[in-house]
Design a binder for this molecule. Structure first.
Ligand code: F0G
Length: 360
């Protein structure tokens, strides 16, 4: 039987493109190497000749793309002798920080907006032993506090303002280029703090500059309509959306993301909560791919732009699905319309339930 070498995470794989030394102790959970799934039903439903791939980042170890950045940030924090890390988070960063800190044997402090993070993410932070600090305020307020406390306490900030985070996250673009053998025409991605869109552009640009590929995609960033500072052209003070992961009004990578938009000749757009949830459901029901609401923003936006022709027929499109659907079971159950039957434990009742619900 032919054997493959064990996959040991993105730092090992892309060591020569990341700021680590030969003797650096790598803190890894085997993150990266996520599937790029070609959609087989949705393009037909849309009635358009487009090739859509979803990069299923929900299959990272803690269920979101944050693991790519966190393996780098925690590896470097440990290398620099840090005993504690801190982040503000809408949930996924806190889950990743908690997991990687536990593996490294250091403490994670996580600031989260009270009542506004999805249940799965809270469970993760708690289970991995992070010190969870709920604040009566939103993510943006938490981020300001983290920046201030980072100056006064011996803690390393692991939000995406930590440059190692983006270094780790750029590897998602490497993987896409390697699998497609070149750049897609469009890369659609949800935008909150705008760290991930920035990191992807870094990755695409790095392979381009080194002559590994000869093109780069147009980057399209989609926001939730209630939290869309890039559409308003200014910061938003009271962001709101069902996609709590991107409930952010003051993006930390504001300037960088505008550069991405200009350099890549891309654009920003916004999706309503209804559009986001519809895309989440469509993916789950028609493609077997379960992502969290914020993640579905990339597909929701792509669907609109494909329909309008802004993304033309014949295009190759990659949509990043940033987090797993299991992160937010409440929203999923609330919007599900699948039949949920309760019957007696008898053959006749179970049989009737099946026969009455067969698809035509
Ligand atoms: N999708 C998900 C599932 C996220 O958790 C986030 C950000 C984004 C998209 C947006 O990425 O900020 O790089 O533009 N979540 C952060 C957190 C803010 O705390 O987990 P971005």
């Amino acid at each position: 039987m032919p054997f493959r070498p064990r996959y040991t995470g993105l730092i090992d794989k892309y060591r020569d493109r990341l700021p680590v030394r030969d003797d650096t102790r790598i803190i890894s959970l085997g993150e990266g190497n996520t599937p790029l799934i070609r959609l087989s039903n949705i393009p037909r439903i849309l009635g358009k000749e487009v090739d859509i791939y979803v990069k299923y980042e929900g299959l990272n170890p803690t269920g979101s793309f944050k693991d790519r950045g966190m393996t780098m940030a925690v590896t470097k924090a440990v290398e620099e002798g840090s005993k504690a890390i801190i982040c503000a988070s809408t949930g996924n960063t806190s889950a990743a920080a908690a997991a990687y800190a536990s593996r490294a044997g250091i403490t994670a402090f996580v600031l989260i907006p009270e009542g506004k993070i999805a249940l799965g993410k809270l469970a993760q932070a708690m289970m991995h032993g992070a010190v969870v600090i709920q604040i009566r305020g939103n993510f943006d307020a938490g981020m300001e506090l983290v920046k201030q406390v980072g100056k006064e306490a011996p803690v390393t900030i692991v939000n995406s303002i930590n440059p190692y985070r983006l270094q780790g996250q750029k590897t998602a673009a490497f993987e896409i280029l390697e699998e497609l053998g070149g750049a897609p025409d469009f890369h659609c991605i949800p935008v909150g703090n705008a760290g991930n869109i920035t990191a992807h552009w870094m990755g695409y640009s790095e392979y381009h500059e080194h002559g590994i590929v000869n093109d780069r995609p147009r980057m399209v960033g989609y926001q939730a309509a209630g939290s869309a500072p890039f559409m308003r052209g200014k910061m938003v003070d009271n962001p709101d959306t069902v996609a709590t992961a991107i409930r952010i009004g003051h993006p930390q990578s504001w300037d960088k993301a505008w550069v991405v938009q200009k350099e890549s000749n891309g654009w920003f757009d916004e999706c309503t909560d209804a559009e986001i949830l519809a895309a989440q459901k469509l993916l789950a029901e028609r493609e077997g791919v379960f992502c969290e609401p914020a993640s579905a923003t990339s597909l929701a936006g792509a669907i609109k732009d494909i329909a309008s022709g802004k993304i033309p027929a014949g295009s190759k499109i990659v949509c990043t699905l940033t987090g797993h659907g299991l992160k937010d079971p409440d929203t999923a159950i609330k919007q599900s319309t699948s039949p949920m039957l309760t019957v007696d434990a008898t053959l006749s009742e179970v049989k009737a339930a099946i026969l009455n619900n067969m698809a035509d």
